[in-house]
Design a protein around this ligand. Structure first.
Ligand code: HEM
Length: 209
């Protein structure tokens, strides 16, 4: 049988694991992003729907700029494991339901300060950050449901990406990454460096008024 490159290949003990390194090397950048006011405000008692709309608008400005650079990669665009993972459309649906119409969306600013994505490894490092945001989404959508009640349920398309399949999708993504990068030290360095830069670019973008 022809080996499927998206299936998990066991990691030899002496090789480096890309997912372990990504998690450990970007944990400081993740914590810093969580402290960004536009995200920490999500947990305040006076959080408003307008702030939520602004946050989703900022994410749209970031994802709509960076995703084409990632998905235009042939390996990513053709991969069964990756190609359905774009979040730009979910963000646009949430914005539409929050009252942002098509022309407002077209006129809204896009992030221009993006990480260098000049290799497959670097594009996958950025992809890891976008994909991982769905994990925190579980906590955030629970919080938003408690805070806003039923009226928010249909406006959580981005934060509820994959629904009940979230952990299955995350496991498939982890396997894809492991199969492509485990044991390849110099490529892992590129993946981690691009992921760290992506966290930092998003942090700066969210801080902009
Ligand atoms: C207030 C905002 C956030 C909270 C509370 C949060 C929380 C979390 C939590 C609890 C996890 C671990 C989930 C698990 O292991 O099952 C996680 C993972 C992750 N989050 Fe966030 N997150 C937030 C924002 C973000 C944002 C905005 C991004 C990027 C756009 C992001 C990227 C990631 C990544 C890449 C991981 C995977 C870490 C790993 O390798 O396991 N997070 N987040």
């Amino acid at each position: 049988m022809k080996p499927n490159q998206d299936m998990l290949i066991p990691l030899a003990e002496n090789k480096s694991s890309v997912m372990v390194l990504l998690k450990s090397e970007t944990s400081t950048a993740h914590r810093q992003l969580e402290r960004n006011r536009s995200l920490s405000r999500l947990f305040q008692s006076d959080y408003s729907i307008l702030e939520y709309q602004e946050l989703i608008g900022k994410f749209y400005g970031f994802f709509s700029a960076i995703e084409p650079l990632i998905f235009n990669d042939v390996k990513i665009g053709n991969s069964q494991v990756l190609r359905h993972r774009s979040k730009t459309a979910s963000l646009a649906s949430d914005l539409a339901l929050l009252g942002v119409n098509g022309s407002m969306l077209t006129a809204s600013p896009c992030c221009e300060n993006l990480p260098l994505l000049d290799s497959f490894a670097r594009r996958m490092g950025a992809f890891y950050v976008l994909e991982g945001s769905t994990l925190g989404g579980r906590i955030i959508s629970k919080r938003l449901k408690e805070h806003f009640g039923e009226s928010i349920l249909d406006k959580l398309n981005y934060y509820q990406s994959y629904g009940d399949d979230l952990m299955t999708e995350w496991a498939a993504f982890q396997h894809f990454m492991a199969n492509h990068f485990d044991g390849k030290t110099s490529e892992i360095t590129e993946v981690v460096s691009a992921a760290t830069e992506t966290f930092s670019c998003l942090d700066s973008w969210l801080q902009k008024a």
